[in-house]
Design a binder for this molecule. Structure first.
Ligand code: F3S
Length: 441
C-alpha cells in the first residue's frame, strides 16, 4: 500500500481542505502516515498570508523532499496560487496544485506516474475568474465532537494588507444541499457541534442566482432543523452582518452559540480607513450593543493588528481605549507583517519591529485580563458543557470542554463522558483558564 503524509499551514479553511484531501487519499487506497520519513507522497497545503507564511511553506516542501528524495512532493494551496510558475523550477517539488484544483488530487497523482512533472497551466487556474465553489467534503472528524464545516470561499473585500482575494478569488458559496448532507453525515457519526467556516463568511450566498437565493441566516435556520445537532457556532464575521433582524432571528435559534468573532483589526478610524475596512468604530460598537441586547453575556471575540503602517502612538492609544470599551472575551493579536503584492506593503510609515512588539505585548496583557474577567462572570450560573478532552490540573484528572460561549470548563474525571453534554453550575476557577462545573443532580 502506498503511504501518504499531509501537512497543513494557514487557516481553518485550509485545515478543512487538508482533511478532505486526506479522506480522498484514504479512499483511493493510500495509508495515511505521520509527516515524517517513509511516505511515498507528501502533500503540503500551503499558506501565503504573510512573507513568513511563504517561507514556512517553502521550508515544509523542502523538508518533505529531504525526508524521502524519491517521494512525490505535492504543493497545494495559497502559496502555490500566489507564485505558481516559480515553484515549477524548484527541484524539491514534483507537483503544484492551486486552489479549486485540490478536488482533482487523486487523478493528478495518477497522471503524474505516467507523465512526470506538470506545468502550471495544468493545475493552477486563474482563480480570480472562477465562479465555481470547489466541491470538497469530509465524512468524519477526529474526536467526534466539533466539526469545522467550510461553506464559503473567496473574498471581494480587498483589505489593503491582505493577499487572500488574490489567492482565493472572488466570493463563492457552497450549495445548501451539500452542506446539509455533510452535516447530517457527521451528526449521525456523533458530532454535536459545527462551526461554520469560510474565507468571508458574511458573503455567504451573495453569488447565488435569484432562483436559489439563500443567505447565512437562512442556512443557519435550515441546519438548526437537523435532529441531533446540538450547537451551531459561527466563524469570523464582518460587523456589517450584525443587523437587528439578524440578531433577533439568531436569538430565537436554540442551537446557536452566543459566541461572535467580529473581526475588528483596529480601534482607530484613520487606521481602519488605511486598511480599507468598510466600517467605523462607532458602527462596530453599535453592532456589539445589539448582540448584548439580544443575548445575555455573549462572548465577543476579535482580531487586532498592531503596528499597521502609519500607526502613530495616538492611533494605537485610540485602539487600546476602544478595546477596553468593547471589553472582548478574547483577542487574537497580530503584529503587522508585510505581504509583498499588497497595498500596505508599499505604504510609507512602516513600523519598526520593536515598536510592534511593545504594542503587541500591551494588548496581550489586556486580553488576558479581559478573558479572566469574562470567565469569572459565569461563576454561580448554570451552563452546559460539551466534554471533549481529558486534562490534569494539580495532579487531578478532569473531563474538559466548552460552554456555548466557548469558556473552557471541567468536571472531575469519570469513564465514558467524552462527547457528552453535561449541565451544572459554574462553581469555581480551577485554573486561570478553566472553570470547574458542579453537576446538577
Ligand atoms: Fe493562508 Fe490562504 Fe488561509 S493565505 S490564511 S491558507 S486563505
Amino acid at each position: 500500500m502506498r503511504k501518504a503524509a499531509l501537512h497543513n499551514l494557514g487557516c481553518k479553511v485550509n485545515s478543512y481542505e487538508t482533511e478532505a484531501m486526506q479522506q480522498m487519499l484514504e479512499e483511493a487506497g493510500y495509508e495515511i502516515v505521520p509527516f515524517r520519513e517513509g511516505a511515498d507522497v507528501y502533500v503540503i497545503n500551503t499558506c501565503s498570508v504573510t512573507n513568513i507564511a511563504d517561507r514556512k511553506s517553502r521550508q515544509m516542501l523542502h523538508k518533505a523532499k529531504k525526508m524521502n528524495p524519491s517521494a512525490v512532493v505535492v504543493a497545494t494551496g495559497c502559496y502555490v496560487q500566489a507564485v505558481g510558475e516559480e515553484l515549477q523550477k524548484d527541484a524539491a517539488i514534483d507537483l503544484v496544485i492551486g486552489n479549486n484544483k485540490k478536488k482533482d488530487l487523486i487523478s493528478i497523482l495518477e497522471q503524474y506516474v505516467e507523465e512526470s512533472r506538470n506545468t502550471p497551466e495544468d493545475y493552477i487556474i486563474d482563480i480570480s475568474q472562477t465562479p465555481h465553489y470547489e466541491p470538497l467534503s469530509i465524512r468524519r472528524i477526529e474526536g467526534h465532537t466539533r466539526a469545522f464545516i467550510k461553506i464559503q470561499d473567496g473574498c471581494n473585500q480587498f483589505c489593503s494588507y491582505c493577499i487572500i482575494p488574490y489567492t482565493r478569488g472572488r466570493a463563492r458559496s457552497r450549495g445548501v444541499a451539500e452542506i446539509l448532507e455533510e452535516v447530517e453525515t457527521l451528526v449521525q457519526k456523533g458530532c454535536c457541534e459545527i462551526v461554520l467556516t469560510g474565507i468571508h463568511l458574511t458573503s455567504y450566498g451573495i453569488d447565488f442566482a435569484e432562483s436559489e437565493k439563500e443567505n447565512l441566516l437562512g442556512l443557519i435556520e435550515t441546519l438548526d432543523q437537523i435532529p441531533g445537532l446540538k450547537r451551531i457556532r459561527l466563524g469570523s464575521l464582518e460587523p456589517r452582518v450584525i443587523t437587528e433582524d439578524f440578531v433577533r432571528t439568531l436569538a430565537g435559534i436554540s442551537s446557536i452559540c452566543p459566541h461572535f468573532h467580529l473581526s475588528l483589526q483596529s480601534g482607530c478610524d484613520a487606521t481602519l480607513a488605511r486598511m480599507n475596512r468598510h466600517y467605523t468604530t462607532e458602527d462596530y460598537a453599535a453592532r456589539c450593543d445589539l448582540l448584548r441586547r439580544y443575548f445575555a453575556n455573549p462572548a465577543i471575540t476579535t482580531d487586532v493588528i498592531v503596528g499597521f503602517p502609519g500607526e502613530t502612538e495616538e492611533e494605537f492609544a485610540a485602539t487600546c481605549d476602544f478595546l477596553e470599551k468593547i471589553h472582548f472575551y478574547e483577542m487574537h493579536v497580530f503584529k503587522y507583517s508585510k505581504r509583498a503584492g499588497t497595498k500596505a506593503a508599499e505604504m510609507k510609515g512602516q513600523i519598526p519591529e520593536p515598536v510592534k512588539t511593545i504594542r503587541s505585548e500591551r494588548l496581550l496583557k489586556l486580553t488576558k485580563e479581559m478573558s479572566k474577567e469574562y470567565r469569572k462572570s459565569f461563576l454561580g450560573l448554570s451552563e452546559e458543557v460539551l466534554l471533549e478532552e481529558c486534562v490534569t490540573v494539580d495532579g487531578v484528572s478532569y473531563w474538559a470542554g466548552y460552554t456555548k460561549e466557548y469558556v473552557k470548563t471541567a468536571i472531575p474525571y469519570a469513564d465514558g463522558l467524552g462527547g457528552t453534554l453535561i449541565s451544572g453550575v459554574m462553581e469555581r476557577m480551577l485554573s486561570e483558564e478553566i472553570v470547574c462545573l458542579s453537576q446538577k443532580r
